[in-house]
Design a protein around this ligand. Structure first.
Ligand SMILES: *Cc1c(COP(=O)(O)O)cnc(C)c1O
Length: 415
């Protein structure tokens, strides 16, 4: 029988975990690009609502999840922890493999976890419209869904290659009332500065979204990854996982997640960072695409989060704000930078990172789909590709990974 660990509804975590309370070092602050002084929280209020700005800089260890957000989570959380028996058998390995499955969410990925929280806090302070960017469309559809739930309009600048390649995510956004615009668009000055056949990038789409927010009353910007408050909301994944591992009475040896901007990775692993700090033998591995290797091949430096330079400077591993990644299928991993929290943990050698090729990723994805009966998102399949390498070492260990989403809207990449 398949080993699946469910939590009861009342075991849903009621607090997010803030790793900044436990780190033995300070993060380098965001800088104002003009003055190179650290950005004051007030400066962020033009684009973000106050409760999220507070969370961005908070040092409180536990932050309560608002009741209306818990009620929305209850529709799809707690998510299951599943043992990949068939994969283990196929590999003939002694290593136990478990995955935390986030594909059961309303739009099929972990991104709904922060979308709901962000929509709620925006509604609370009177925001009328949220503007954002999306790569493969997962974030755009998650935010459209959350906007619908909490009564906010949602406008999404979608990276052009994905807009053209992923029609179903566009439909999903529409279904939930979101408006999708291919980026570079003709709606903003920065968008118009690129040639018509430009494939687009997250950096450009972010610039277009922020530009729009700055010109629209009662509009705020929402980001689906990278920032501290986004990783904070995603810790619900790792907090549930901790409870599930306790039920199994298992100490994990390796935890793996794919890494684009760092939200499913951070959300999974941050609750385990205190274990690493206290000397437990636990390895944490971020997996990124060879074609967009921010952690393994980027520089640890201050850089903009977008292409036009509208965001504060963030200290992160980055390939440079002008880097345009090739049009790989894992659209959600095409971002030039990495979250400042993940970057710092990597710099301090508390976590590891590896890069894998698209070819190897799809080989792993097809194998997993066939053996385990779930088609993984191409992003998530990066984690699977590395987990297979770990399992091939054939050690008596437990390896856990996050399957951040399903790939049923990515099937054209499979066949
Ligand atoms: C967006 C996305 C990612 C990458 O973003 P992170 O912020 O690094 O998690 C990974 N997997 C899925 C399914 C996604 O939608």
């Amino acid at each position: 029988m398949r080993e699946v660990v469910y939590l009861r509804p009342e075991e849903l975590p009621r607090y997010y975990y803030n790793v900044l309370a436990d780190l033995p070092f300070e993060l380098d602050p965001p800088l104002d690009p003009q003055t190179r002084q650290s950005v004051k929280p007030e400066q962020l209020l033009r684009i973000f609502p106050e409760p999220l700005v507070e969370q961005e800089v908070s040092k409180d260890r536990f932050i309560p999840i608002p009741e209306p957000v818990l009620q929305e989570y209850a529709l799809y959380r707690p998510t299951p922890l599943i043992r990949a028996h068939r994969l283990e058998e196929y590999l003939g390995t002694k290593t136990k493999i478990y995955f935390k499955y986030e594909g059961t969410s309303p739009t099929g990925s972990h991104k709904v976890n922060t979308a709901l929280a962000q929509a709620f806090y925006n509604k609370l302070v009177g925001t009328k419209m949220l503007v954002t960017e999306t790569g493969a469309g997962q974030w755009g559809s998650a935010l459209s869904y959350a906007g619908k739930k909490f009564g906010l309009k949602v406008k999404v600048f979608m990276v052009k290659v994905s807009y053209e390649q992923k029609p179903f995510r566009k439909s999903l956004m529409k279904l939930f009332g979101g408006e999708a615009i291919p980026s570079p668009s003709t709606e903003t000055e920065i968008g118009r500065s690129f040639p018509e056949d430009h494939p687009g990038s997250l950096g450009i789409a972010i610039s277009e979204a922020i530009h729009t927010v700055l010109q629209t009353p009662n509009a705020k910007y929402a980001l689906g990854s990278v920032l501290n408050h986004v990783l904070l909301h995603q810790t619900i994944i790792g907090l549930e996982l901790k409870k599930q591992l306790e039920l199994l009475n298992i100490q994990p040896d390796v935890i793996v997640a794919c890494h684009g901007g760092g939200s499913n990775f951070g959300g999974t692993v941050l609750p385990f960072v205190p274990d690493v700090l206290s000397g437990k033998k636990l390895r944490i591995v971020a997996v990124e695409p060879e074609s967009c290797p921010s952690l393994t091949n980027g520089q640890y430096t201050y850089d903009f989060g977008d292409t036009a330079g509208l965001t504060p400077l963030l200290k992160m591993y980055t390939l440079g704000k002008d880097f345009v990644p090739p049009a790989i299928h894992a659209g959600g991993l095409r971002y030039h930078g990495a979250s400042p929290i993940v970057s710092k943990l990597y710099h301090e050698k508390l976590i590891e990172a590896v890069a894998v090729s698209q070819e190897k990723v799809f080989e792993a994805a097809r194998l997993f789909a066939t053996l385990e009966g779930i088609v993984p998102a191409p992003e998530s399949a990066h984690a699977i590709a590395h987990v297979i390498d770990e399992a091939k070492l054939n050690e008596n260990k437990t390896v856990i990974f996050t399957l951040s989403g399903h790939g049923y809207f990515d099937l054209n990449a499979y066949v």
